[in-house]
Design a protein around this ligand. Sequence first.
Ligand SMILES: Cc1cc2nc3c(=O)[nH]c(=O)nc-3n(C[C@H](O)[C@H](O)[C@H](O)COP(=O)(O)OP(=O)(O)OC[C@H]3O[C@@H](n4cnc5c(N)ncnc54)[C@H](O)[C@@H]3O)c2cc1C
Length: 473
Amino acid sequence: MIIKKLCKVVGDQYVSESTGERYIYSQDMTENEPCQPIAIVMPESVEEIQAILKIANETKTRIVPFITGQNVGGLTIPQVEESIIIDLKRMDKILQVDEEAMYALVEPGVTFGHMRRYLDAHHPELRYTYPLAPPYTSVVANALLQGLCDLSTRHGAMADFVNGLEAVLPTGELVRVGSGILGEDNWFGRYPLPDLVGLFSGWQGMSGIVTKMALQLFPKPPHIEHAALFTFGEEPTTEILKRIARKQILDDADCMSLSLVKMLLGVDYPVEALDGEPDYATLIAVSGNTEREVLEKLSVVEDEMERAKSKEPRQLLVTWDAISKLMGEQARSWIDFPSDAFKILTEFDGLTWVGTYIHPKAWGKALAGGRKIVERYEFELMAFLKPMNGMHFAEFKFIIRFPKDIENIERVKRCNSELLDFALDNGAIPYKTPVWAAKKLQERIDPQFIALLRRIKRSLDPNNIMNPGRWNL
Ligand SMILES: Cc1cc2nc3c(=O)[nH]c(=O)nc-3n(C[C@H](O)[C@H](O)[C@H](O)COP(=O)(O)OP(=O)(O)OC[C@H]3O[C@@H](n4cnc5c(N)ncnc54)[C@H](O)[C@@H]3O)c2cc1C
């Protein structure tokens, strides 16, 4: 019955119950257990989404919003049987770019690749912010997931770039939050208002389907320079990183195990650390209106590096130009977001991480402790730490790429479980949280927070149709 009704809404060709497609949508690259949906529906308009959710609400059919399923957290795998996937890829329009207030209004299927190409062609003075993720992934989904990108060291998580949004509630009503409530062409911000972006941000598709989002853009700086800091030991590395990040001059800083950098520069699997090599490399980006401004910023970084040399003389600052001369095209393409560099992470069919946001006091401890765990499980060392939002916190994770067989999946599960316990011990909060990680988090956090989440969910979604079981709710 429901399938017939859905076909009436979107047309037969945009509803699939085929075994092949249900299989594809039942899993992602992580170790999380697959679960097949009963069908996949691909709407093209807000009205179609409203009609679908009204039908789902009446028939108590479970819905999972999906765009490309590349979240690396199992977040689009249905948690309960008999769910329907709503794939929003067809809604891929950039509806408006406001040059003066610097924002873009986009549909959920718009990808980082679309955004970059569109802005370069039509608004070359403006830029968006890009992750080290495949360019075919959704901008709106990553903003909703509070992800991180190449302006996060300066401006914070991607949810902080959201000016407002439009969403269909689980009961089918269309709502807007942010200054766009006063009409079209007015999506300049989310204050001064009750900040209801929070009803959708971080909810992993449990509270409604976002149909439009207004995203902040930034002036494209005329001058950008990249450099790499090579450092030794976890505490000295994070100390120098903190001192530099506190200067508030960086657009971005990605601190990585050297083995991860070698991978990104094209060294073949399995990449190992060599004796005497630095332990970490941090890729930094600085920008300015003049070359002089950029050089001044780099000289501040250099001064800090010099100061750190009194403790560790082997620390080194190298310009990206020099690295590119040594390593060639791969190095050059890495800094041109969205880049090809993500491909080395998808070398195998398995990819996972325990990603967290973490207090600066724990950075050194987190890198050192996580490293021991990963080494014990004999995975390649791929630590990643990015100071966020002017250094108020950092994103921190150990990435694991793996061939997806039963033995590896079990090893990954045990390793990730230990990594998460260790991260939680250090006050870190997991992001893009798979259900197993949400369960562990919920054992430790204020129960009133979970009670509040449940109340909000119940009031927005009385029949619990939106992604039930997600976040263990
Ligand atoms: C190799 C690799 C590298 C990556 N690097 C980064 C990185 O550097 N930084 C980073 O932040 N991320 C990174 N990611 C993660 C990924 O790119 C993002 O999470 C992604 O952009 C999300 O887009 P998606 O299309 O895959 O969303 P999906 O996985 O399809 O959806 C994500 C979540 O959002 C919900 N959802 C989707 N659409 C809607 C909607 N319209 N309304 C409500 N809920 C919705 C879904 O139900 C799900 O819970 C990386 C991923 C890979 C594979």
